[in-house]
Design a protein around this ligand. Structure first.
Ligand SMILES: Nc1ncnc2c1ncn2[C@@H]1O[C@H](COP(=O)(O)OP(=O)(O)OP(=O)(O)O)[C@@H](O)[C@H]1O
Length: 350
């Protein structure tokens, strides 16, 4: 065969080989590039936190069981919290973020429940960079700086939601948050597809406040005095009152705009805790301290319970501080008794 005849074949082979080589090189670069980025992302997720599994994983079974086993005396909380989060989380196309408003006296478990939700959603719980815990009196104390605070708070919320569409915002002491500040976050809670190019619809906002606590206590006391079971109290008995309190009260929740626009999905009452609930808190704390042996020590548990205050003065039905001071009071009692370590025995011979 003459070279003139096979030249086209050689050229074809050469060029296709060249293509194969460049294709292979390209693929290798792409694979190594892709692998590099995947590795970088993997490393970043291992070192820091990523907005995906396993850093974010909503475990509704555990949320359900944690609330059932660890939260005492709050039967209304369990149903609404677990079901509302569950349906929002698994909704592929929610129209707005989930907005919950927790009300009740101090120490009734509002922060505790927010923490349980965070623990069952984010690997790092409250320490997650996708959870913002905003405490009005700590983060925004100076009423003369409202304008600066508005910008800062908006930026804080925007940047967190930008990093993760599943972010969670907890506003503690909402009743102490200036009205203008609360007003400035309204667009984030609303029925918008995006706000400043950020999609908020999968976020969760939780407002905590003591407002309405008096009314909740009044309704619960009424039930108690009439000897009806507390567990028969229904959400509807409270929701209307909580809305009107939050709406009308001067210096109250200042949520009028959020309420009139129906941006708050659920008002959740935390009932004042009775002595029997506080007893469970004492027992849980002793277990947490590794002193299971003291849980059945009735005298010690009673001493802790007696060191707390109760109201109203005649029936002393409810704990004034819920379970809040239980740890400190139990620690005092623990300090008075010999620690387990001092029971150590030595062998007769070394
Ligand atoms: N209902 C409850 N069941 C079990 N433990 C509780 C309950 N309420 C409170 N506790 C315990 O008391 C601690 C303090 O309660 P928590 O901070 O949740 O109260 P709060 O309602 O947020 O009070 P405040 O209005 O003062 O912020 C919790 O960390 C938890 O250990």
């Amino acid at each position: 065969m003459k070279i003139r005849n096979i030249l086209p074949l050689i050229l074809l082979f050469w060029s296709s080989n060249g293509e194969i080589i460049s294709l292979l090189t390209g693929t290798a670069i792409a694979i190594s590039g892709g692998a590099f980025w995947a590795f970088k992302k993997h490393l970043k997720c291992r070192l820091y936190e990523c907005c995906e599994e396993p850093d974010i994983k909503f475990d509704h079974h555990r949320l359900d069981s944690d609330i059932a086993n660890m939260l005492y005396g709050q039967h209304l909380v369990k149903d609404v919290v677990v079901n509302s989060i569950k349906s929002h989380w698994f909704n592929d196309n929610p129209r707005k973020p989930l907005v919950l408003s927790f009300h009740g006296y101090t120490g009734s478990g509002k922060n505790f429940v927010a923490e349980i939700i965070a623990n069952n959603t984010f690997r790092l719980g409250l320490r997650s960079s996708f959870v913002q815990h905003i405490v009005a009196t700590v983060d925004y104390p100076d009423k003369t700086k409202i304008h600066d605070y508005q910008i800062e708070l908006r930026q804080r919320i925007l940047s967190t939601a930008q990093k993760c569409g599943r972010a969670m915002f907890i506003f503690d002491e909402t009743d102490k948050l200036p009205e203008q500040l609360l007003g400035s976050i309204k667009p984030f809670l609303d029925y918008y597809t995006t706000v400043s190019n950020v999609d908020f619809r999968r976020n969760i906002f939780i407002f905590l406040s003591n407002k309405g606590g008096g009314k909740i206590a009044e309704i619960t006391l009424n039930q108690y005095e009439n000897e009806y079971p507390r567990e028969e109290l229904k959400l509807e008995s409270f929701e209307r009152d909580l809305m009107s309190f939050s709406f009308n009260e001067k210096g109250g929740l200042q949520m009028s705009e959020l309420i009139s626009n129906h941006l708050i999905d659920h008002f959740i009452p935390f009932l004042p805790l009775q002595r029997e609930h506080v007893r469970k808190c004492v027992e849980a704390y002793l277990r947490k301290r590794g002193r299971n042996d003291l849980v059945s020590n009735v005298e010690l548990v009673e001493r802790v319970l007696n060191s707390l205050q109760y109201f109203p003065p005649d029936s002393k039905a409810f704990s004034s501080s819920g379970c809040k001071r239980v740890d400190a009071k139990a620690d005092l009692e623990l300090a008075k008794i010999r620690p387990i370590a001092s029971y150590r025995q030595f062998d007769d011979e070394l």
